[in-house]
Design a protein around this ligand. Sequence first.
Ligand SMILES: [Cu+2]
Length: 129
Amino acid sequence: MRKFTLLAALAAVVGPAQAQDPWAGAQIVQVRLSSFDFDPHDIVLPAGRPMVLRLHNASGGGHNFAARDFFRAAQVRPADQVKVVNGAVEVRGGTTVDVALVPAAGRYRLRCTHTFHTALGMSGSILVR
Ligand SMILES: [Cu+2]
C-alpha cells in the first residue's frame, strides 16, 4: 500500500512534465548543405532556447554538419542524440535531418569532415548568444 502511494505520488510529479513537449513550438533553423558550402555560412542562434536544426543536403553526395563543441555544449533532444556521432550529423544527398536542441552560448567551429570538403569551402561558424 505504501509502495503504491509512493508510485502514485511519483506519477503525479512526472506526468505533467512529460505531457509538455518543450520542442512543440520550437523555432526551425534551416541550414543548406551543398558541394561545397553551408548556407548560411555563419549561423547565429539565440542561447538557451529550444530549436530544431533542419539540415538539408541539396547535393547528390553526402555531407555532414560537424560541430563537436557545439553539440557537446548543447542539450540535444534525447531522441535525436543518435544522429550526432563524434560531434557530426551525417546528411545523405538529397535528404533532410532534423536535430532538436537547446544551444549554449559560445562561438563554435562548423565544418564538413568528409575528405577535402573543409578545404573546398565547407567551413563556417556558429555563434550562440
Ligand atoms: Cu561535405
